[in-house]
Design a protein around this ligand. Structure first.
Ligand code: AP5
Length: 217
């Protein structure tokens, strides 16, 4: 298989995590989800976690440099030699520029930035029904319920409601997306790297669209 360096873009709740997990299983590439990495750092009480927690709890973005260092170190690791799937990074123009520099320094290039397009109304409805396990596996009480209520199908852990899925925090996350992350749609379009999928379909249909896109970037 040719090297595949993918970015998943989209508003909070658009399904980046849901699709990222499926892509990881299908492609066997390392999957780097900045939100999951940060939440693990918060749980473990690391320096990064302590620095990030306040921003995450209020739905603001964590400062660029913390995130850039965290991701760039992973891109050059042996496990990412055949490619990677990035979820939640980049999220600002400085992050996109840093990613471009980092992969150019490795003599590689981005394959596709996949935009999962979903309306604000749908985002709010999805996040109010989301349940996650501490390892990051994602469910929805109506659209994607676990086999046993409240329990992760994959690792048997108890499902939780994320702290930042409160309505007021979700509103700020959506606003942050429009202000700081949406400009990356034009950024990647100008580079000829953007692929759009309609995220308002069933998860399986969204996945099929992404597969088609990734197979013919
Ligand atoms: P992060 O964890 O990345 O949150 P997010 O981008 O807001 O995305 P979500 O995880 O909320 O949603 P998702 O798109 O993965 O959707 P999901 O698949 O879960 O970031 C959290 C925080 O960390 C940020 O606010 C920020 O503070 C910080 N951070 C992270 N990265 C950063 C960066 N680069 N720079 C600075 N700060 C950063 O799906 C949502 C729900 O919908 C689920 O219940 C799911 O089952 C359901 N669902 C999924 N697909 C469908 C479908 N097609 N139809 C119906 N339901 C669906």
């Amino acid at each position: 298989m040719a090297e595949l360096n993918l970015v998943l873009l989209g508003p909070p709740g658009s399904g980046k995590g849901t699709q990222g997990e499926r892509l990881q299983q299908e492609l066997g590439l390392p999957y780097y989800a900045t939100g999951d990495i940060l939440r693990a750092a918060v749980r473990e009480g690391t320096e990064l976690g302590r620095a990030a927690k306040g921003y995450m709890d209020s739905g603001d973005l964590v400062p660029d440099q913390l995130i850039i260092d965290m991701i760039v170190a992973r891109l050059g690791s042996p496990e990412a030699a055949d490619g990677f799937i990035l979820d939640g990074f980049p999220r600002t123009t400085p992050q996109a520029e840093a990613l471009g520099r980092a992969i150019a320094a490795l003599g590689r290039q981005l394959s596709t930035a996949v935009l999962i397009d979903v309306s604000d109304e749908e985002v709010i409805s999805r996040l109010s029904g989301r349940r996650t396990c501490p390892q990051g596996h994602v469910y929805h009480v109506e659209h994607n319920p676990p086999e046993r209520e409240g329990v992760c199908d994959i690792d048997g852990e108890t499902l939780e409601i994320r702290d930042d899925d409160r309505a007021d925090v979700v509103r700020n996350r959506v606003q942050q997306y429009h202000e700081k992350t949406e400009p990356l749609v034009a950024y990647y379009e100008a580079e000829g790297l953007l692929g759009r999928v309609d995220g308002d379909q069933e998860p399986g249909e969204v996945f099929e669209e992404i597969r088609t896109l990734v197979a013919s970037p």
